[in-house]
Design a protein around this ligand. Structure first.
Ligand code: AMP
Ligand code: ZN
Length: 140
């Protein structure tokens, strides 16, 4: 992917502040620093999103998440940690090379917010069973 900004970071065509690197992934500071220490973990091989990435690569990324999350927690005395992966524009993906955000949390107004609206009143137990069937029917 020639015009992929994260491939360019991997190839060192554009600079990044790298905190972790091995044969398969790199971890580097997100330029936005939504909160102090905000880090991205990406595979060196280009995959656009969660639908494309191969299982072993994804497993490897998440295998390394605790190590990096613990380092961030210790370094900055973070009180929480959001581990986030956006897929598709509607979900907030702006760079189409798979990545996992590690966002250390310090307080309720530190710059990151995830809102989970409760729609329990709109779904009966039967609705949930129907939803589950639809999902199960689509496993490959
Ligand atoms: P997402 O919105 O989930 O696709 O996240 C993409 C992230 O990449 C954003 O948080 C950006 O701040 C970050 N980003 C974009 N360009 C760079 C760059 N050159 N170096 C570091 N982070 C970047
Ligand atoms: Zn890429």
């Amino acid at each position: 992917m020639n015009d992929c900004i994260f491939c360019k970071i991997i190839n060192k065509e554009i600079p990044s502040v790298t905190i972790y690197e091995d044969d398969i992934i790199i971890g580097f500071l997100d330029i936005s620093q939504t909160t102090k220490g905000h880090t991205l973990i990406i595979p060196k091989k280009h995959y656009e999103n969660i639908y494309e990435i191969d299982e072993d690569t994804l497993a490897y990324i998440y295998k390394k998440v605790p190590k990096i999350a613990c380092a961030l927690k210790t370094a900055f005395k973070a009180k929480g940690m959001n581990v986030v992966n956006n897929n598709g524009e509607l979900a907030g993906q702006t760079v189409f090379h798979f990545h996992v955000h590690l966002i250390p949390r310090y307080n309720e107004k530190d710059g990151f917010r995830a809102i989970y609206t409760n729609h329990m009143d709109k779904y009966s137990k039967e609705d949930l069973e129907k939803i589950a069937v639809q999902i199960r029917e689509n496993f490959n």
